[in-house]
Design a protein around this ligand. Structure first.
Ligand SMILES: [Zn+2]
Ligand SMILES: [Zn+2]
Ligand SMILES: [Zn+2]
Ligand SMILES: [Zn+2]
Ligand SMILES: [Zn+2]
Ligand SMILES: [Zn+2]
Length: 499
């Protein structure tokens, strides 16, 4: 018996999918049940929306989903410049060279072709009516006038009944924006003032503008180094600090959500809004600032972060580990697990900032400097501390770049170092970011070759048997397969290393 509620909005639904048991209330909501990507077959999405206490509206699996399986792929409803970005062309979002302004609205565009493009057309007529045109410089780091673009594009979307309806399901956290004087002042000054008060005969209210701001702020995703985008279905995926799916944005701006691990039917589908490889204190602060919620998941509530000690620092009195006393308190003190030493969050934060700056200023090709840092940091940080893991990944990257490393492939110590550094990362991923992720794929690539070379040496020195060597070879082949799955939809961000 098919579920008679619409998979998306829960209204009673009597339009059934011909391929699965999903029902929808309207043709629009049935269409949203399918991934429809140009040049690909239309596919049912194995998901439905459910309201769950504590999580709000969330995506739930309607079938068992295998690791690596695609959950959904979709095109954005709105694409706009990011609030903090270099000056860009409003049509193609490429960096603006300073030569051309739109002849009608005086906002930056590359050329006539971009001026008449379909993206810029949306806001051009509105911008052209504003009494004062802002000024733009090509080398600016950000311009408050860019805040208008996403808002206008979102407001235009409301004239399309399908998309207006789809975006009506998204959270806006407008009450949180109103409750934060800094945010409210910023949006009053950059969007409400212009679109409600200055725009002649404006049909928009302050509430309309704040709703647009709120939906975009809460739900849009930065990607491919060009602006940010709002995806109506993907936006229903909640964050979890240990998640089961990961997303990738393609050059055509479609987003693809793929299972990292197996997701049993009926489980919530979750993803990471930010890297899982930072400690609880900075992670929870970022989540609160960007998405207006206080995460209280098992990982956040556990000072050891599931036994990984990702935030652990070494006690200078007894060499045991110092951790946040109550990680769910943003102002918590930090305590040694063994002796009575206590320190403030601010002191720890200052230490992290200085270590991060130290790491950022180290030449990534200077192997000796990185190795010295590794020895020094061992006195200050737990081996699994998130900054320490970053340093270890940097060392692996450095070893890969060194031509010397290739010449000295038989250097046993170096091979063992590569294996150890990569495996320390993988062991933490197993707990905090399990399954098929790009970073896991990279770590496998770093240690797989060295492991096989070590096995080869051991065989020659008769330290292992022929059978053990064959087993090592089989493991290595299996790792190549896993790494390939990890990189399934990975594409180098075109903004990196080009131009
Ligand atoms: Zn519906
Ligand atoms: Zn279906
Ligand atoms: Zn352009
Ligand atoms: Zn224009
Ligand atoms: Zn959490
Ligand atoms: Zn101590």
């Amino acid at each position: 018996m098919a579920d008679s509620a619409c998979w998306l909005c829960k209204k009673s639904g009597n339009i059934a999918c011909s391929a699965c048991s999903t029902t929808a209330c309207s043709e629009f909501h049935l269409a949203a049940h399918y991934t429809q990507i140009q040049g690909q077959e239309k596919k049912c999405r194995p998901i439905r929306v459910e309201y769950r206490e504590g999580a709000g509206n969330c995506l739930v699996a309607t079938a068992d989903i295998k690791p690596g399986e695609v959950i959904l792929q979709e095109y954005p409803a709105v694409v706009a410049p990011s609030l903090v970005s270099a000056t860009v062309c409003l049509e193609c979002l490429r960096n603006w060279q300073g030569a051309n302004l739109c002849s009608k609205c005086k906002f930056p565009v590359c050329n006539k072709e971009c001026e008449q493009g379909t993206n810029h057309k949306q806001e051009c007529s509105v911008l052209a009516l504003l009494p004062t045109a802002p000024t733009f410089k090509p080398d600016e780091r950000s311009n408050p006038a860019f805040a208008l673009i996403g808002v206008i594009r979102f407001l235009f979307l409301q004239e399309n009944p399908d998309l207006a309806d789809r975006t009506s399901l998204l959270m806006d956290h407008v009450d949180d924006i109103k409750g934060s004087p800094d945010l409210l002042n910023m949006w009053e000054g950059t969007a409400v003032q212009q679109l409600v008060r200055e725009l002649p005969n404006s049909k928009y209210t302050k509430e309309d503008v704040l709703r647009a701001v709120g939906v975009l702020h809460t739900n849009s995703v930065a990607g491919m180094g060009r602006g940010h985008a709002l995806y109506p279905t993907f936006s229903l995926t909640n964050h979890s600090c240990i998640c089961n799916s990961r997303f990738q944005i393609y050059p055509d701006r479609s987003i693809l959500l793929r299972a990292q691990v197996s997701i049993p039917k009926g489980s919530e589908i979750t993803t990471q809004y930010l890297t899982p490889l930072i400690g609880t204190m900075p992670r929870r602060q970022k989540i609160r600032k960007n998405w207006f919620f206080s995460c209280i998941c098992d990982r956040c509530a556990d000072p050891t972060e599931k036994g990984t000690f990702l935030s652990g620092i070494i006690c200078q009195s007894c060499q045991d580990i110092v951790l946040p006393a109550n990680p769910l308190d943003y102002e918590t003190t930090w305590k040694c697990m063994k002796c009575s030493v206590e320190t403030t969050g601010a002191t720890v934060q200052a230490l992290m900032n200085s270590l991060q700056a130290d790491l950022d200023s180290t030449d990534p090709a200077d192997f000796d400097a990185l190795q010295t840092k590794r020895k020094n940091w061992a006195k200050v940080l737990h081996q699994n501390h998130y900054l320490f893991l970053q340093l270890k990944r940097n060392i692996l990257g450095c070893l890969k770049m060194l031509p010397e490393a290739r010449l000295e492939q038989q250097n046993r110590k170096r091979l063992e170092l590569q294996v150890a550094l990569a495996e320390q990362n993988i062991q933490v991923f197993d707990v905090l970011d399990p399954g098929l992720t790009i970073l896991r794929g990279r770590m496998i690539q770093h240690c797989n070759g060295p492991k096989l070379q070590l096995a080869n040496m051991d065989l020659k020195n008769k330290k292992i048997s022929r059978l053990e060597f064959l087993q090592a070879t089989a493991r290595s082949l299996n790792n190549v397969k896993i790494a390939t799955s990890c990189f399934e939809d990975y594409q180098q961000d075109p903004s990196v290393g080009s131009d």
